[in-house]
Design a protein around this ligand. Sequence first.
Ligand code: C2E
Ligand code: MG
Ligand code: MG
Ligand code: MG
Length: 288
Amino acid sequence: AAKQKGRGLWQEYNAELQAMERKRRGLELDLRQALAEDQFSLAFQPQIDFATGEPTGMEALLRWNHPEHGLVMPDEFIGLAEESGLLVAIGEWVANEAIRTAAKWERPLTIALNLSPVQIRSDGFVEVLTRAIAVSGIAPSRVELEITETALLHDTDENVRTLHRLRALGVRIALDDFGTGYSSLNYLRSFPFDTIKIDRCFVMDLLERPDCQAIIRATINLAQELDMETVAEGIETADQFEWLGEIGCTAGQGYYISRPIACGEQVEGVARRETTLQLDRFAPSAGG
Ligand code: C2E
Ligand code: MG
Ligand code: MG
Ligand code: MG
């Protein structure tokens, strides 16, 4: 009987796996239509300067408005897009859209874009970015490219060369999700990043965990020594916000400050010159 039951569970598990695989393949097919049918949009999440309390930048976060499934978040489709080779074209759309939008803002906020390893390795990206910057007339120093540690893991020399070519355009380069990858410190040696983004996992437990406090403190000291700025990700409470400001973190980002916002008017509101960001002012509108 036990054997029978085990078999039943296995079949259930198998059926579930097959259903997941079907959804995955379905999404991959749909992804091919998504660009042509204009189903992508960007949400923007403000970053604020701890010293002044003013917004200094926005991170562009990709959203897929799927005709049947509704809003699909990047963690569900970026991997698929990478595997199927579609991310190069999607990334090109993101760069153009984000830079075009930011160029119209009244306040010269930084616009941060996420780059996947596939994009860095694709030859055309430097040219795409060059053109997007030229066409929009944005100051290159307002564009920041966020790269995760895993993006640098393979073909390191080649990738580092590309980072130097990108930097030569005058854009800033940030190391995203710092501390979560393999051999974090080594990456700081391989390229002179402008910004280190302290991963949300350290910020999340900050007040209960002295070890997280120690890691954040050490990261900020290290960044200062290396002449890099720090952005803390995933700030959700006033206490976390205050703690990070007091120890000298440059800028902060997270639900406590603002959720990613999709609506053009709200985004322009943040980018208006007189805006001082009221914490917790924005309703969730574009998905976490
Ligand atoms: P990321 O670059 O580390 O972006 C931060 C993620 O944390 C975003 O999730 C953001 O919505 C979320 N977040 C921000 N503040 C908080 C907070 O206070 N609490 C919590 N729990 N979460 C917070 P999102 O938009 O789902 O993006 C996930 C990841 O997908 C990004 O992580 C980035 O690696 C990737 N991604 C997003 N847009 C793009 C894109 O255009 N291109 C590429 N290649 N990757 C992208
Ligand atoms: Mg990022
Ligand atoms: Mg991050
Ligand atoms: Mg992340």
